[in-house]
Design a protein around this ligand. Structure first.
Ligand code: URA
Length: 233
């Protein structure tokens, strides 16, 4: 791939914009020598205004999603992409969220431009555990742990029962729930099925990957070690 196309695909501008950046001598190698649009591509050696390029395709990010943001790209309100550098929205291949969290759910959200990786994370057969902390409107009844673990719970409008899920009560109105699938509004609908209502929901973990100390609204790029954590646990 030509250097100009690679840089445009990273969201730095249209090919025309990037052509101008070359003409203006803003694109150099690490030694400061001016590069040209059709020079061979050596991603790590390219600098724009002296700064290294954003990571190449194959990107995996974790974001601490705050409540009040949506995972959609088209929502007129606040979207999770607003929390990333504006260039990241223009990348090709595009960065997408790995599954979704509701507007009112906070916590660990992954984003990637790698279709195979995305599929590997969300494919039903991966059964990657997702761990949620739920705050409830009413006290737990006491039978939820057994019911959620039974593998027989049917949600309204669904054709197959939910896979067994692990509920760990933490207080009368607070529980940790581990799911191995991702159906629409699943946590909220599970608690609705037992006559309760989720007032706050937070995802702590996907597979072996936890949010840890990442502050709300912040993100970080994940390296190979994190990817192993994700699929191990
Ligand atoms: N379950 C829900 O109900 N909402 C989410 O955002 C995630 C899981």
């Amino acid at each position: 791939m030509k250097l100009v196309k690679h840089i445009a695909n990273l969201g730095y501008g249209s090919r025309r914009d990037v052509q101008w950046m070359f003409r203006e001598g803003r694109i150099t190698n690490a030694a400061g020598e001016v590069l040209y649009a059709d020079d061979p591509l050596d991603h790590d050696d390219v600098r724009i205004d002296g700064e290294p390029l954003d990571p190449p395709p194959g990107l995996l990010l974790m974001l601490h999603k705050p409540t009040g943001t949506t995972c959609s790209t088209r929502d007129p309100g606040r979207v999770v992409f607003d929390l990333l550098p504006p260039r990241y929205r223009l990348r090709n291949p595009a960065l997408s969220t790995v599954g979704r969290l509701d507007r009112d759910t906070s916590g660990l959200l992954l984003l990637t431009d790698d279709g195979q990786l995305l599929h590997r994370i969300i494919a039903p057969k991966s059964k990657l555990p997702k761990v949620y902390l739920a705050t409830l409107a009413d006290d737990l009844r006491g039978d939820e742990t057994a019911l959620f673990a039974s593998g027989t719970l049917m949600l309204d409008g669904e054709k197959t029962p939910l896979l067994p899920a692990q509920l760990e009560p933490l207080a009368a109105r607070r529980a940790r729930l581990t799911l191995h699938e991702g159906r629409y509004h699943q946590v909220r609908r599970m608690f609705a099925a037992v006559g309760n209502h989720v007032v706050a929901l937070h995802r702590e973990r996907i597979g072996g990957l936890a949010l840890d100390d990442l502050p709300s609204g912040q993100w970080r790029a994940l390296d190979a070690v994190h990817r192993e954590e994700l699929f191990g646990d």
